[in-house]
Write a new protein. Structure first.
Length: 387
């Protein structure tokens, strides 16, 4: 039985193991096991689990890898994540992966799916094109066909035919996973000093490269620890960080925000793990239908999704009010089209609601945080003094 510091240290190692050693070891233990890598943001990991696979989140190379070959595949001015991922694909980091899925978030990721086909990585590489029509008869049918295609891809590799019972079991495990994560966020909302933003980040990111059963055990242990009082409250403001759902900010940046006097009480760093709000029905003859409907009806707000009937700015403000946040930090990767296109509208709604906000941009390998610390610190002070 590991102690909480041991669990959190282990999570930190898993989060930045760009060789995915743990996932590869897991696969080596049985010939039926497969690894399916996926890019941010969301993948219904239940379907991979049910097929005897492990869905492994590829969140970029961060500041842990020098990009040399990857720069030749993309324009120099775009965000950093795709160049880091192609660099990982060109060295041995993604060997032993059976397939790759590229959720629809932007053209950079769409192009990455094509590059993986050209360089012939994995037995399948698909653009995972979320529906942008939320009618069950249109987007629902389309989404179901897409998921079925991936189930077929996996069956061709390991011969596992997914039954409703298998899928129900996987759904219930991921339901538990989301519930535990939300409980941890809920405690952090009221007692943010009990678990730092960096530890929270590592805890969630580690779950992208290990079996959900193991992650659930870790989350349960940390949740039990958080129920007891620990740590000392500081005179910090409470902020929500928004816009970092794809390329991930360096750990130093997250640390700098907290050290400058801001408790991060909510964020979208690991949005994919928290995508579906609430449980998906896991006692049904047609679990695929439940996964489809959960996506159509209970997705978190995201720049990856068309939102004409349910604007993102409004939803962000609702979260800020519900969580009693003092302000919002818009923190997006440099050149991140989806986040930066949404930002002005979201800022406008924040202004109308009287919610203070600041913004800055980063690269996943940014190494200088002094300016960000000063900006976040000034934001915190101004709220403490004048809000
Ligand atoms: S960081 Fe933004 S622009 Fe870059 S791949 Fe992700 S969503 Fe696309």
């Amino acid at each position: 039985m590991k102690t909480i510091p041991e669990i959190l240290n282990h999570c930190a190692e898993l989060s930045f193991d760009l060789n995915f050693s743990k996932a590869k070891l897991w696969k080596s233990e049985s010939p039926e096991r497969i690894l399916v890598g996926y890019l941010p943001i969301y993948l219904p990991r239940e379907i991979v689990h049910a097929a005897g696979g492990l869905a492994v989140g590829i969140m970029g190379a961060g500041d842990r890898k020098q990009i040399i070959k990857g720069d030749a595949y993309y324009q120099s001015y775009i965000c950093h994540l795709p160049r880091g991922v192609i660099e990982m694909a060109l060295d041995a980091s993604l060997d032993h992966f059976d397939g790759f899925l590229f959720p629809s978030i932007c053209d950079c990721v769409r192009n990455l799916s094509g590059m993986f086909k050209i360089i012939n990585r994995g037995k399948f590489a698909r653009y995972f094109d979320y529906p942008q029509n939320f009618s069950p008869q249109v987007g629902g049918v389309f989404y179901r066909q897409l998921i079925q295609t991936i189930l077929d891809d996996m069956e061709k590799i390991n011969g596992v035919k997914v039954t409703p019972e298998m899928l129900n079991n996987s759904i219930s495990l991921f339901n538990l996973n989301r519930r535990l994560i939300e409980k941890i966020y809920s405690i952090k909302q009221n007692y943010p000093w009990r678990l730092s933003a960096v530890d929270t980040y590592h805890l969630l990111r580690a779950g992208l490269s290990i079996p959900v059963e193991e992650h659930n055990d870790m989350l349960t242990a940390v949740l039990n620890f958080l129920k007891d009082d620990s740590g000392q409250p500081q005179d910090n403001i409470r902020v929500i960080v928004s816009g970092s759902f794809c390329e991930q900010p360096p750990i130093g940046l997250i640390k700098s925000i907290e050290m400058s006097g801001c408790y991060i009480i909510d964020d979208d760093f690991m949005l994919g793990s928290r995508w579906i709000m609430g449980d998906i029905n896991s006692e049904t003859d047609d679990p695929l239908n439940e996964i489809v409907h959960a996506f159509l009806e209970r997705s978190q707000f995201s720049s990856a999704i068309y939102d004409v009937g349910n604007p993102k700015g409004k939803r962000l403000v609702e979260i800020a009010k519900r969580k009693n946040a003092d302000g919002i930090i818009f923190c997006a990767a440099s050149f991140c089209d989806p986040a930066l296109l949404d930002r002005p509208e979201m800022q406008k709604v924040c202004d109308e609601a009287g919610i203070p906000h600041i913004n800055f941009q980063f690269h996943e390998n940014t190494g200088q945080f002094k300016v960000i610390k000063e900006q976040a610190g000034t934001f915190a002070d101004s709220i403490k003094l004048w809000a």
